[in-house]
Design a protein. Structure first.
Length: 305
């Protein structure tokens, strides 16, 4: 399978391309007149550089939203790599093979259900598109040999930094909650907010190490308050709903605050590594926290640093 068949590519507006691995993770190519930024490099299952090179001839740097393996898989393909300063050491650590094995179990289960989902969708809903339907794994990809190559960042970012791409400035916002090094990027030119794993239309994990629901509440409220009236579109790093409306910021902030205040009762859930979690459900998203004394885990006992 050529790289362009694994990735779903779409120009969502001038200078902003979705480079998605449907059902897994979304990366974003943001282009100015002088430079371009690739916000995350996916899972390393196929060559994201080959795809991005067809989209822009501008000098390119990678900006990682955070250090998790599904956002840094293609880092080694690029010379310029930036991450928030609190992720400088985390992004260089080896990814244990059992995490990748557990994720592949999740992938196997997901792909087994895709045909039935497609059939229902074609009959009733018409939600799936060529760009949002999960693909089978590339023939040349061997899950048993899947590794994420640790890379050292060439640039460290801090809250308030501005990445000037030429006619387009990306404002770096430190938004911990999912991880301590999480960032979002705000593009004042388009009104686009790239939420990282902090703002997602799906499960927002705070149960992993360095995650914290209180941090999530503060980050979401900050975005909702500081960018009120400025954001036009929120672009997400996960799920098939890769964009949403600015009112979503307040929904996440309100929900996270309720979780922190202990105002809600969670349901039993599982993350993509098979770990049991406490999950708080809302209309367009959920928030996970650690499940104390959990049983029935299908994957690694913990997602350690």
């Amino acid at each position: 399978m050529p790289a362009e068949d694994w990735f779903a590519v779409r120009e969502v507006e001038p200078g902003i391309h979705l480079v998605s691995e449907p059902g897994h993770v979304n990366s974003w190519l943001i282009t100015g007149s002088a430079e371009a930024v690739l916000f995350d490099t996916g899972m390393g299952i196929s060559d994201i550089k080959a795809v991005v090179s067809e989209l822009t001839d501008r000098p390119l740097r990678v900006v990682n939203s955070h250090h998790h393996f599904d956002h840094i898989g293609g880092n080694q393909l690029f010379a310029g790599r930036a991450i928030h300063e609190s992720g400088a050491d985390l992004v260089q650590q080896e990814i244990p093979g059992e995490w990748l094995e557990a994720y592949m179990q999740y992938v196997t289960e997901m792909l087994a259900q895709v045909p039935a989902f497609e059939n229902l969708d074609q009959r009733y809903f018409r939600l799936l598109t060529a760009g949002t339907t999960p693909r089978q794994l590339p023939r040349e990809f061997d899950p048993k040999k899947w590794k994420i190559v640790p890379t050292a960042p060439t640039q460290l970012l801090a809250d308030g930094d501005i990445l000037d791409l030429g006619g387009r400035k990306l404002h770096v916002l430190h938004t911990p909650g999912h991880t301590v090094d999480g960032i979002s990027l705000y593009d004042a030119t388009s009104g686009g907010l790239f939420g990282g794993d902090t703002i997602m239309t799906g499960p927002i994990y705070t149960h992993l190490p360095t995650g914290d629901p209180a941090d999530l509440a503060r980050s979401a409220r900050r975005l909702a308050n500081e960018l009120r009236g400025q954001v036009k579109t929120i672009y997400c790093q996960h799920m098939l709903r890769y964009s949403t409306d600015p009112a979503f910021l307040t929904e996440v902030a309100d929900g996270a605050e309720q979780v922190v205040q202990g105002a809600l009762t969670p349901a039993r859930g599982f993350d993509i590594l098979g770990q049991e979690v406490a999950e708080y459900w809302f209309d367009r998203f959920s928030i996970t926290t650690p499940q104390e004394n959990s049983t029935g885990s299908r994957g690694p006992s913990s997602y350690r640093r």
